[in-house]
Write a protein that binds this ligand. Structure first.
Ligand code: NAP
Length: 521
C-alpha cells in the first residue's frame, strides 16, 4: 500500500464544487421521508415505532425514517454477529484491510451526498461537513494500513532451543456506540477499527444522525463486506443501550459520547452476566471542558481568530471545542475586544446556505441547555455578546461570550456543548495553567505564548490528551494528532493513532520447542 496521506478538505472555492453540493442538497431534500427497513443479515424488519431523523434548521422537515430496533432485534443482531465471528476472525488481515480500502473508495464516490446529508441532518456548515467526511476516509485508509502492521509477527526475545512468537487475535462481538457530533467520522473510525481487526459488530448509531451513519453502511456493502460482520441497529440508547451493553455475548464496547453515559456503560459492563466467560473491555471517549491559555506576549490577532473558530465552529458542539479562554491580565481587555468583534461578525442560519458559518444546535434539548447556561453565565459573569435565540424555526442561538468567570464557576466547570465561551482572567502564566488544569476533564487544550520556557512548561504541566501550542485546540487530523483525553474525558483510546487498534485485539504467545534429533546414522 502507498504511505497514508490525509485527504484534503475542500474549500468550495470552485464553482463546480458549489454546484455539485447544491445538487446533492436538492437530491436529499427530494428523497425526504424515505423509510429504511431494519436489515439484520438477510432478514428485513419494519416496526410501527420509527426513528425519525429531522433537519435541526427546520425541525418539521423529516429527512428519513428508520425502524426503532427492539431488544429482540438487538438479540438477533448480537446472535448473528456471534455466529459470523468464527469465519470473519479467520479471514486474512490483507483481505479485511482491502474491504476498508474499497469502502474508502466507495465513500469518495459519495462525497457530495455524504457532506450534504451532514449539512441537513447534523447542521454542519459545508466546510465542517467536508472535514468530517475527510476524517472518515482517513480512518478507513489509516486503519487498513495499521491492521497490516498489527497482523504481522510481533517482536519477542529469542531463546535457545525454542521458537517463541507473539501475534494478535480479535476479541469477538463488539458493541459500537458513537455520538451524533461527528456522525460520519467517529462512527466510521470506531466501526472500521473493530471490523478490520477481525471482530464482528453491532453498530448502534446516535438517534440524531442515523441517515449519515447509513452512508457508511452503504460504503461497506459496496465494498462487498460479508453479511453479519456489520449489523446496523438504529434505535434509542435509552431503550436498547443497557441491553446491548449487558449482553453476555458482547465481548467489548467501544463508546464515544457524554461522561454520564460513558460512566454508566463502564459500570454496567463491569458486572459479569450469567453465561459470560470474559471481562468486557470498554473504551469510552467522553466529554471535555477545553481551554485556550493566552500568555502576555501572544499574537492577539492570531489568538482571536483561533479561539473564535475553536469556540464556535460547529456551534461549539465538538468535544475539542474551546469553552474556556484563560487570558493573562495584561492582554485580557485587548483580546476580549478582538474576540467580541470577530464573534459578532459570524453569520448564523441554515447551513445549506454556504454563507452561514454557524448552523443550529442539534435539538430542542441542546437549545434549552445552551440558553440555560447563558442565564447561569449572566449570574456568574457578564454576557458581552450573543446568547439569543434567533431564526423563525430551527435551533439557532447566537454565539455567546461571557467574561468575568472564575475557575470554580459552573460555566468554567461543566460541559455545555453549545456556542458559549467563558472567559477567565489570570494574574500570570502559572495561574493560567493552574486554572486550565482545574477540571475533571482533560481532552484538548491550547497555549499561545512567545516564551519558549512557558511553552515547555505547558508541554509538561497542562494535563490534556491533545495539547496544541500556538494554534487552536480543534481540528485533529488522523495519524497526525492521535485523539483522546485524560481523566473524565475517557480511556485515552487515541483514535487515529498507532495505539488505537490494540484495543480491539488480544495477544497470543506461542512457543515451540525445537526438537534436536540425533543425527541419522
Ligand atoms: P450521548 O448522549 O452520551 O450519546 C452517545 C451514544 O450513546 C448515542 O449513540 C446514544 O444513543 C447512546 N446511548 C444513550 N444512552 C445509552 C445507554 N444507556 N447505553 C448505551 N448507549 C447509550 O452523547 P452525544 O450527545 O451523542 O454526544 C455528545 C458528547 O460526546 C459530548 O459530551 C462530547 O464531548 C462527547 N464526545 C467525545 C469525543 C471524544 O473523543 N472524547 C468525541 C465526540 C463527542 P441515542 O442517541 O439513541 O441516545
Amino acid at each position: 500500500m502507498t504511505p497514508f496521506q490525509n485527504l484534503a478538505i475542500r474549500r468550495f472555492d470552485q464553482p463546480i464544487e458549489v454546484a455539485a453540493m447544491h445538487k446533492a442538497l436538492i437530491m436529499i431534500k427530494a428523497a425526504a421521508g424515505k423509510e429504511y427497513p431494519l436489515l439484520i443479515g438477510v432478514d428485513s424488519f419494519t416496526r410501527d415505532q420509527k426513528l425519525v431523523t429531522t433537519n435541526p434548521s427546520d425541525p418539521d422537515f423529516v429527512l428519513a425514517r428508520f425502524q426503532k430496533a427492539t431488544r429482540e432485534q438487538a438479540e438477533t443482531a448480537i446472535a448473528l454477529a456471534a455466529e459470523t465471528f468464527p469465519a470473519w476472525s479467520q479471514t486474512s488481515v490483507e483481505e479485511r484491510a482491502d474491504y476498508l480500502i474499497k469502502a474508502a473508495a466507495a465513500l469518495r464516490e459519495r462525497r457530495d451526498l455524504a457532506v450534504a446529508t451532514m449539512v441537513l441532518e447534523a447542521g454542519k456548515n459545508w466546510l465542517e461537513a467536508d472535514a468530517d467526511f475527510a476524517e472518515a476516509v482517513d480512518f478507513l485508509e489509516y486503519y487498513a494500513r495499521e491492521a497490516l502492521r498489527y497482523g504481522g509477527q510481533q517482536p519477542v526475545v529469542p531463546l535457545a532451543g525454542e521458537q517463541p512468537e507473539m501475534f494478535y487475535i480479535p476479541l469477538g462481538v463488539g458493541a459500537i456506540i458513537p455520538p451524533w457530533n461527528f456522525p460520519l467520522a467517529i462512527l466510521t473510525g470506531m466501526a472500521s477499527a473493530a471490523i478490520v481487526t477481525g471482530n464482528t459488530i453491532v453498530l448502534k448509531p446516535a438517534s440524531e444522525t442515523p441517515l449519515t451513519g447509513h452512508i457508511f453502511v452503504e460504503a461497506m456493502q459496496a465494498a462487498g463486506l460479508p453479511a453479519g460482520v456489520l449489523n446496523y441497529l438504529p434505535g434509542s440508547g435509552g431503550e436498547i443501550g443497557d441491553f446491548i451493553v449487558d449482553h453476555p455475548k458482547v465481548r467489548f464496547i467501544s463508546f464515544t459520547g457524554s461522561m454520564e453515559i460513558g460512566l454508566r456503560i463502564n459500570e454496567r459492563a463491569a458486572k459479569a452476566q450469567p453465561g459470560q466467560i470474559w471481562i468486557k473491555r470498554v473504551a469510552a471517549e467522553m466529554g471535555g471542558k477545553d481551554a485556550i491559555v493566552v500568555d502576555a506576549d501572544a499574537d492577539l490577532e492570531d489568538v482571536a481568530s483561533g479561539a473564535v473558530a475553536a469556540a464556535f465552529g460547529y456551534q461549539g458542539q465538538k468535544c475539542s471545542a474551546c469553552s474556556r479562554l484563560i487570558a493573562h491580565q495584561d492582554i485580557h481587555d485587548d483580546l476580549l475586544k478582538r474576540i467580541v468583534e470577530k464573534t459578532e461578525a459570524l453569520t448564523v442560519g441554515p447551513p445549506d446556505d454556504p454563507a452561514n458559518f454557524m448552523g443550529p444546535v442539534i435539538n430542542q434539548s441542546a437549545l434549552e441547555k445552551t440558553l440555560a447556561y447563558i442565564e447561569i453565565g449572566k449570574q456568574e459573569g457578564q454576557l458581552l455578546t450573543g446568547g439569543l435565540r434567533t431564526g423563525e424555526s430551527g435551533y439557532f442561538v447566537t454565539p455567546a461570550v461571557i467574561a468575568g468567570i472564575s475557575s470554580g464557576d459552573r460555566l468554567a466547570q461543566e460541559e455545555i456543548f453549545g456556542p458559549v465561551l467563558a472567559v477567565l482572567k489570570a494574574t500570570d502564566f502559572d495561574e493560567a495553567l493552574t486554572m486550565a488544569n482545574d477540571s475533571i476533564y482533560g481532552l484538548t487544550g491550547a497555549v499561545y505564548s512567545g516564551s519558549e520556557a512557558h511553552l515547555q512548561q505547558a508541554r509538561q504541566q497542562f494535563h490534556v490528551g491533545n495539547l496544541y501550542l500556538n494554534r487552536k485546540c480543534t481540528g485533529a487530523l488522523v495519524g497526525v494528532h492521535p485523539f483522546g483525553g485524560f481523566n473524565m474525558s475517557g480511556t485515552n483510546s487515541k483514535a487515529g493513532g498507532p495505539d488505537y487498534l490494540r484495543q480491539f485485539l488480544q495477544s497470543k504467545s506461542v512457543s515451540r520447542k525445537i526438537q534436536v534429533r540425533p543425527a541419522d546414522s
